[in-house]
Design a protein around this ligand. Structure first.
Ligand code: NAD
Length: 464
């Protein structure tokens, strides 16, 4: 474990404790869940009993897909390699791991450790950059798991299309945070700033930007400043608990976005290229066309977008790609429900950030442009497992089996419907349009309107 912590301290300047909690604990948790449950998951599944098919003993076998390629990014390389690897091993797949060229210490370490502990015939690491990845992608695979950004995902999917290789994508995007003025402000400040500064914001589910009402924004900014003061009393640059940007390229990209913002930098803004340091930075009054809204930030910068109300916040989110995570801070059940019921995202957390990635039993994945497929624990096993339906049809079912044969079509006329399931009867009453509650409410209004019309009619007749 210290070797891994040391490697990530070298690659990312990351504190050992952060690596333990966010990566090692998560990877070991995944491995343990898989180890404890694989014999149960790998058992064939029965299907619901059906008169037509029970005699054939239908079962769904769990079989390895075959040889898998796992391409993973720099930011959480331990969890994003060892977590899915555990699922793939449990499923019975052979695996090639392709680490990021941006984490040379971890990539070298894993290349040394994997053959020491796993059969090198079945599990191997291929290090390198674009040329090596390109070569790997020319090969036919039985499954590819690609974790990284959308730009490279398009390259991977295009290459995989040539060999019809199935691909799961774990991508990123701009994960929004909606903040209600009715919230526990101190908790919001701490959790939001933790999510934004862990790994210097280089987290796929980091809060990317905030949506908040204008009148509440100053209080929110103060809560964030208070939290940062508590985290880094002498400033983040001097702290040994604050990571640096992974590369000069990523530093320049984020610095450029900060330099071009039209928002007001109300905290931070400092940077040092020599140490790849970017200060935790709060930017107030950022609009939809700002540089900071043009791409996933992947760094410790938080744009604050001012909105009129929660409806505007929801419209803002829905006008963009479905995010990998969506966060809501509120004490109001109605506010929380409104945001969750009217948006889509890979995951949705209320009054917290990031921690869903650590919860055993949760799938981890996106939706649409933030990814397809999910891993972690059982979901990693499922990703690399082929569900193979099987049955063993005995001769004594032949009488029934002959029904579809052309020679028996005449005889089978009128009884062929026995083989075709009937649909449930149409429900009586008003159709449920837009969900039960709304429809019922419409039903009540219709009844009231009909009653009022009836009363009106009777009165009109009486007075005539
Ligand atoms: P990246 O897309 O630059 O690289 C990811 C991997 O792709 C690396 O292994 C890299 O070597 C490889 N690669 C790079 N160019 C390639 C090419 N032309 N052909 C084939 N492979 C190539 O991503 P990154 O900068 O390392 O990571 C950041 C991105 O990853 C962010 O968008 C983040 O949100 C996302 N991410 C997603 C998850 C998730 O689970 N959904 C987790 C972590 C990071």
């Amino acid at each position: 474990m210290p070797a891994i912590q040391e490697a990530l301290a070298r690659d990312l300047g990351r504190n050992y404790v952060e690596t333990s909690i966010l990566e090692l604990g998560n990877s070991l948790g995944d491995a343990k869940t898989v180890y404890d449950n694989v014999s149960k998951w790998a058992k064939p599944d029965s299907i619901p009993w059906q008169l037509n098919w029970f005699a054939m003993g239908p079962k769904v076998r769990k079989e390895p897909k075959g040889v898998a390629l796992i391409i993973f990014p720099f930011n959480y390389p331990v969890w994003l390699s060892l977590g899915p690897l555990a699922g793939a091993i449990a499923a019975g797949c052979a695996v090639v791991l392709k680490p990021s060229e941006l984490t040379p210490a971890y990539s070298a370490l894993i290349a040394e450790l994997i053959p020491k502990y796993l059969d090198p015939e079945l599990y191997t690491v291929v290090n390198g950059a674009v040329p090596q990845s390109t070569k790997l992608l020319e090969l036919p695979w039985d499954h590819i798991l690609y974790t990284g950004g959308g730009r490279v995902a398009r390259i991977v999917l295009t290459a995989a299309a040539k060999t019809l290789t199935p691909v799961s994508t774990e991508l990123g995007g701009k994960s929004p945070v909606v903040i209600d003025s009715n919230c526990d402000l101190k908790v919001v400040g701490k959790r939001l700033m933790w999510g934004k500064t862990a790994n210097a914001g280089q987290t796929c589910v980091a809060p990317d930007y905030v949506l908040v009402e204008k009148s509440f924004a100053p209080a929110l900014v103060q809560a964030c400043k208070d939290a940062l003061k508590e985290f880094y009393p002498d400033g983040a640059e001097k702290s040994d608990s604050f990571s640096h940007m992974i590369s000069a390229g990523h530093f320049d990209r984020l610095k450029g976005l900060i330099d071009n913002t039209k928002g007001e930098i109300v905290y931070g803004g400092g940077a040092n290229k020599d140490t790849l340091f970017i200060e935790p930075t709060l930017v107030l009054g950022v609009d939809a066309n700002d540089s900071l809204m043009s791409e996933e930030l992947f760094g410790p910068v938080l744009p604050i977008v001012l909105v009129k109300d929660v409806d505007e916040a929801i419209d803002f989110i829905n006008a963009r790609d479905h995010p990998l995570a969506l966060y809501v801070f509120s004490k109001s059940s109605a506010f929380k429900a409104k945001v969750l019921d009217n948006t889509q995202s890979g995951a949705a957390l209320v009054n917290d950030v990031l921690v869903h990635a650590l919860v055993e039993g949760f799938p981890f994945g996106g939706i649409g442009p933030s990814g397809s497929g999910a891993h972690k624990g059982k979901f990693g096993f499922d990703m690399f497992t082929h569900l193979r339906p099987t049955l063993d049809s005995p001769s004594w079912v032949e009488d029934a089996h002959e029904l579809p044969l052309p020679s028996l079509h005449a005889k089978a006329r009128n009884i062929e419907w026995m083989m075709v399931p009937s649909l449930p009867a149409r429900p009586s009453g008003l159709p449920l349009v837009g969900g039960g509650k709304t429809a019922n409410r419409w039903g009540v209004w219709l009844l009231i309107a009909a009653a009022a019309a009836g009363v009106g009619l009777i009165r009109a007749r009486r007075s005539a």
